[in-house]
Design a protein around this ligand. Structure first.
Ligand code: ZN
Length: 241
């Protein structure tokens, strides 16, 4: 199985289309999404349509949850709340039903999928570093857990009780090691690199590649401004913060 991994697309159809185009000749047979399909960006309906058509497994993120239940946005900052309220008003019943159907945890061929953390997938905790990841390995049985939520790539391995960060963009996955993998955000990267982030996980070959692709961020920003969404949500796309 060769998987395309995408997370935190956040209604950024320009970034999603660039990722799918970039991946089109990489031979991925399974498309996995770690949640936050909507929120922040100006194209929730277009993004949902493409995700529903192209992705095989999708888990629910905190912004997806807040799109169907306002109470889930209680910890959101003012920008996130403004955008999710705007989003909720634009989705039709079928789209809201689709989001409702998503689970917070999925399992695919020896891989766990969650948006936040495997120990409490509906608690929306952030795994930001090796230390944070180290406590999570006992929360899942599979060799690999895919996560999202921070919008920053992070690959942490566990071997013989030693936890460490893998810093290469091409990681050879060892059968006797376990991994927590965040490929970074498609639609709102926050690691000072504005390019859309995604990953390719090849379970047979035992490899993970972290990829970046340029996309028309200025167009995504303009749509955010035209929609009347907070200016900051457009500006941050240009800087990747
Ligand atoms: Zn997110």
């Amino acid at each position: 199985m060769r998987c395309l991994i995408a997370t935190d697309i956040h209604s950024n159809i320009e970034a999603l289309e660039a990722v799918l185009e970039d991946a089109s000749d990489l031979g991925c047979d399974t498309y996995l999404c770690l949640g936050d399909v909507v929120g922040y960006g100006a194209s929730p309906r277009e993004t949902l349509a493409v995700v529903r058509e192209r992705f095989d497994v999708v888990v629910r993120g905190n912004h997806d949850a807040a799109a169907i239940d306002e109470a889930e946005s209680f910890r959101f900052n003012e920008y996130a709340r403004a955008a999710i309220d705007w989003t909720r008003d634009r989705l039709n019943p079928g789209e809201l039903r689709y989001i409702s159907s998503l689970s917070v945890t999925e399992h695919v061929d020896g891989v766990r999928l969650v948006h936040g953390s495997p120990d409490d997938p509906a608690g929306w905790h952030y795994i930001k570093d090796t230390m944070g990841a180290s406590y999570q390995f006992e929360a899942f049985d599979e060799q690999i857990c895919l996560i999202g939520h921070t919008h920053v790539p992070l690959v942490v391995s566990l071997a013989g009780g030693t936890v460490r960060e893998e810093t290469d963009t091409l990681v050879r996955l060892r059968p006797n090691m376990r991994y927590m993998i965040n490929v970074g955000s498609v639609g709102q990267p926050r690691d000072d690199d504005p390019r859309a982030a995604y990953g390719v996980l090849d379970l047979e070959a035992g490899s993970l590649e972290l990829r970046r692709v340029r996309y028309p961020a200025k167009r995504a920003r303009r749509k955010i401004l035209e929609a009347g969404l907070p200016e900051f949500l457009g500006e941050r796309l240009l800087d990747g913060v």
